[in-house]
Design a protein around this ligand. Structure first.
Ligand code: PLP
Length: 383
């Protein structure tokens, strides 16, 4: 209820302090199943400083708009694209919706269909519902990557696009994007890569020598990529990224915003008024951490991943769902529901998928947290 007379600042803060105690925090060491993390300290400073900047009205905030463009450009370069088109958006969901919207709008198909792996994120369900695009689900191989042959078999005259995933939500699997790209080129169908999670991992993991497939604009068929700074990019929520290879995709989703300060302004994003501070934070983190900085973050995450996977293998009563490709380890067990409930009762912020528990080695996840978790898990398994 809104009070008739406002409470003092101290009262409001004190109430919040009490009320929010039930939230888990990233620095508690208990959140092991999230794809988000504690934002980098520089990003926090930036958000506070530029909290008022609105990218929905770039005529007012011209500098912020330029910074957003440069941030998109840097993401493009990370993904082997010389000239990038796109936006810093609210997250992977919006980025995926924009890609599907662009593919649909440039096609002249009456009953549009999108082919995507069965492992795709649920954001595509929203895209389908909003955009009236039918989802055609492709089967997975035994290793949980998409079956490329099945993708090809499902192509029809109504196919407006294909989706490949570079870092699936549940298992961190990187699909065979080079093969999908070949098909996309052969059939003249655009390929969207959902690298919401993997986009800030794969380039650095590859540089560290991890054997991962190409997944980005190096491949001719790839026309758009989702890459989320608010996941492994350590940017504050909300900060997603959509990058298109060509301007025609942005043109296909641009809407005229007629009354804003900048005159004839176009918006391609779903949101109108949107936070400039977060886009500025993305720019700042890319500049501040640089390629080597992110590589160090990914190095620790990957080392924790392989260490933890070995620990799971050595633990009686649980098993690895598959060898990790990125910094995600998922494990199954016989009485999974019971184990999940007991872990949650002990305060662990884990992510339970159908058939397995997912642990994501985000930057806030340290070896000691994993050791504490394993201790609890082993205790529960012994019961
Ligand atoms: N795509 C993938 C592969 C994801 O894992 C996620 C979220 O986990 C999303 C898209 C959606 O991102 P968001 O929650 O930022 O909208």
């Amino acid at each position: 209820m809104i009070p008739k007379e406002g409470m003092s600042e101290e009262e409001v803060l004190a109430e919040l302090e009490g009320r929010l105690k039930i939230d888990l925090t990233f620095n508690s060491g208990k959140i092991l199943g999230s794809m988000c993390t504690y934002p980098h300290p520089l990003a926090q400073k930036i958000v506070q400083k530029y909290i008022d900047r609105n990218l929905g009205d770039p005529g007012l905030h011209k500098g912020s708009r330029q910074i957003e463009e440069e941030a998109v450009q840097m993401l493009g370069e990370l993904l082997h694209l010389k000239k990038a088109y796109g936006n810093i958006v609210s997250g992977g969901t919006e980025a995926n919706i924009l890609a599907v919207r662009a593919f649909r709008n440039i096609s002249d198909v009456e009953k549009p269909e999108l082919i995507l792996p069965k492992s795709a994120h649920f954001s595509f369900l929203k895209a389908s519902d909003l955009l009236r695009v039918k989802l055609v689900w492709a089967e997975l191989n035994k290793d949980y990557s998409v079956n490329v042959k099945d993708v090809e078999n499902k192509i029809t005259d109504n196919t407006i696009g294909i989706v490949g995933i570079a870092g699936t939500t549940g298992l961190g699997v990187v699909d065979d994007i080079p093969a999908l790209s070949d098909i996309a080129v052969d059939y003249g169908i655009p390929l969207h890569v959902d690298a919401a999670f993997g986009g800030f991992v794969i380039p650095f993991a590859k540089a560290l020598g991890y054997d991962l497939p190409d997944f980005d604009f190096k491949l001719k068929g790839v026309q758009s990529v989702t890459i989320d700074p608010h996941k492994m990019g350590m940017a504050p929520i909300p900060a997603g990224g959509i990058v298109f290879r060509k301007k025609k995709y942005i043109n296909a989703i641009n809407v005229l915003a007629p009354y804003l300060a900048g005159g004839k302004i176009f918006q391609a994003t779903i949101t109108g008024t949107r936070p400039g501070a977060n886009a500025i934070a993305v720019w700042a983190l890319l500049k501040h951490l640089g390629f080597e900085g992110y590589k160090r973050v990914v190095k620790e995450a990957m080392e924790n991943t392989y260490w933890f996977a070995e620990q799971i293998k050595a633990t009686k009563g649980v098993y690895l769902i598959r060898e990790p490709m990125l910094n995600i380890v998922s494990f199954g067990a016989k009485k999974l529901k019971k184990i999940e409930a007991e872990l949650k009762a002990r305060g662990w912020g884990i992510s339970a998928h159908r058939g397995y528990i997912r642990i994501v080695m985000m930057p806030h996840v340290k070896r000691e947290h994993l050791e504490n978790f394993l201790r609890d898990l082993r205790e529960i398994l012994k019961k």
